[in-house]
Design a protein around this ligand. Structure first.
Ligand SMILES: NC(=O)c1ccc[n+]([C@@H]2O[C@H](COP(=O)([O-])OP(=O)(O)OC[C@H]3O[C@@H](n4cnc5c(N)ncnc54)[C@H](O)[C@@H]3O)[C@@H](O)[C@H]2O)c1
Length: 432
């Protein structure tokens, strides 16, 4: 049965929280360059991947974008918020991810994209000192101002729909509290200006949902991952997803861990360390922000390896994750993994991975895919947590009745089968 999907007509506004950051600016520059034919959308599933339809012998492998009604890149309009005033051209220069030649091809468009004032509270991101921030008496007012921004942007840019995506700095760690358990408790805490429990990121999420805009959480903060937001998303019929883009080291982990498990190889320890010199690295140098990231990065292995089912293989793994701020490397992160594995009769082996990656180059195509898929979900009337988008996240959101899926290839199968179902094609179980 084909799902009813509203056509992607009109313009789609993409509002990035953290518009001037390395990930956002790289995503915007790349998308504008791709649509001018100046660059290739490498790393983007929506732009490049094919999807098998029908039985294996039918030989049908169209591109996803040719059979799934995604918004056209020409219909995208970018905007967003940042705590610094720089337009996207200046911000991208500052981020030093892309070379000047790549910025110059779309210079005028980039200069026209200026951030709106951010909803910010330095207690939540200690290493940053914002100069372009909203004044709000309460968290409720903060969210109201963001709602107004969304409405103004939509009207000014003649947008039919809007998607909001958080690619801003990682806030400090906070566990789930009573204030997050229901929409009523959450709204009460906002109105009482409980700044200890209500983060600025939560105000963005609340505002997006209130305005009927899908919300994507690219950092590991609690933000939209709480019963209050699930309730609100269901009430407003809005898709939400997160958390924490799965780009470098964790992407590798969610490929290597299933490999070891499939072959019933044991594991004694997994040590992951990173050196990173961009602003994200600087923010994560603060122990409270790092704690949020650490929880996200650590969650992966246990869920994949299921030590409760395989105590003899995975019962006592020493799993350690470090991120070290090292300015000379800028955005070019180096992620090392040392894996102490165990084979036949308990003989130890080691596997070393050294990934010399580029953080924002890996994250940018995820931003594009996620906004296009979240908009598709909205038009297909799919509200609440979009678990089919787990493929893109380190800590895939799930409610209390479900366990998350971390294995990259199971996630990919789930994503593609969801698309097949949406367009009325048979899902594939690989038995043919
Ligand atoms: N690059 C990756 O591979 C990757 C992977 C997973 C998650 N992330 C997360 O994505 C986020 C962005 O990463 P980045 O490298 O672009 O960092 P960045 O520091 O370059 O950019 C973050 C931007 O957010 C802005 N900001 C901070 N608080 C804000 C607020 N309350 N409202 C509006 N703007 C705000 C900052 O001024 C900055 O411009 C980080 O949280 C990072 O942890 C990145």
């Amino acid at each position: 049965m084909k799902q009813e999907i509203q056509p992607a007509k009109g313009r789609l506004g993409i509002l990035l929280v953290g518009l001037g950051g390395a990930v956002s600016s790289t995503a915007v520059v790349g998308t504008l360059a791709v649509r001018k034919g100046l660059a290739k959308p490498i790393g983007s599933i929506t732009q490049l991947a094919t999807i098998r339809l029908g039985k294996r012998n039918e030989n049908r492998f169209p591109k996803i974008k040719d059979v799934v009604p995604l918004a056209d890149l020409n219909d995208l309009v970018f905007g967003g918020w940042d705590i610094f005033e720089d337009d996207v051209y200046a911000a991208a220069q500052h981020a030093e991810v892309l070379v000047q030649k790549d910025l110059d091809g779309v210079k005028e468009e980039l200069q026209a994209i200026k951030p709106m004032k951010a909803a910010f509270d330095q207690n939540w991101v200690k290493r940053l000192h914002g100069t372009h921030v909203k004044q709000a008496a309460t968290r409720w007012e903060m969210a109201e101002q963001i709602r107004q921004d969304i409405r103004d942007f939509k009207a000014a840019n003649n947008c039919d729909r809007v998607v909001v995506i958080w690619a801003a700095s990682t806030e400090i760690y906070i566990p789930l509290c009573d204030e997050h358990q229901s929409l009523a408790a959450f709204e009460k805490a906002m109105k009482e200006n409980n700044t200890e429990k209500i983060a600025p990121s939560m105000c963005y999420a609340y505002a997006a949902i209130a305005e009927g805009a899908p919300y994507i959480m690219g950092a590991p903060n609690l933000c939209v991952d709480m019963p209050a937001m699930w309730e609100f998303a269901a009430q407003k019929n809005v898709p939400i997803c997160g958390k924490d883009f799965k780009t470098g080291q964790t992407m590798l982990k969610t490929v290597l861990a299933p490999m070891l498990k499939t072959r019933m190889l044991g594991l004694d320890g997994w040590f992951s360390t990173n050196i990173l010199g961009n602003r994200d690295g600087e923010v994560l140098d603060d122990p409270d922000s790092f704690k949020t990231k650490e929880v996200s990065k650590l969650s992966v292995i246990d869920t994949i390896l299921q030590p409760e089912l395989y105590p003899e293989l995975y019962g006592s793994i020493y799993h350690k994750v470090r991120i070290n701020y090292y300015p000379p490397r800028k955005d070019n992160k180096e992620g090392w993994d040392n894996i102490d594995l165990v084979g036949w009769m308990g003989y130890p082996m080691q596997l070393k991975v050294d990934f010399l990656c580029r953080d924002s180059i890996l994250a940018a195509p995820l931003v594009l895919d996620l906004v296009l898929f979240a908009d598709l979900a909205q038009r297909a009337n799919m509200s609440g947590i979009q678990s089919w988008l787990s493929f893109y996240f380190k800590s895939p959101m799930h409610d209390f009745d479900h366990i998350p899926e971390h294995d990259l290839f199971i996630q990919y199968t789930k994503l593609k089968n969801t698309l097949r179902k949406m367009i009325g094609e048979e899902t594939i179980d690989y038995l043919d």
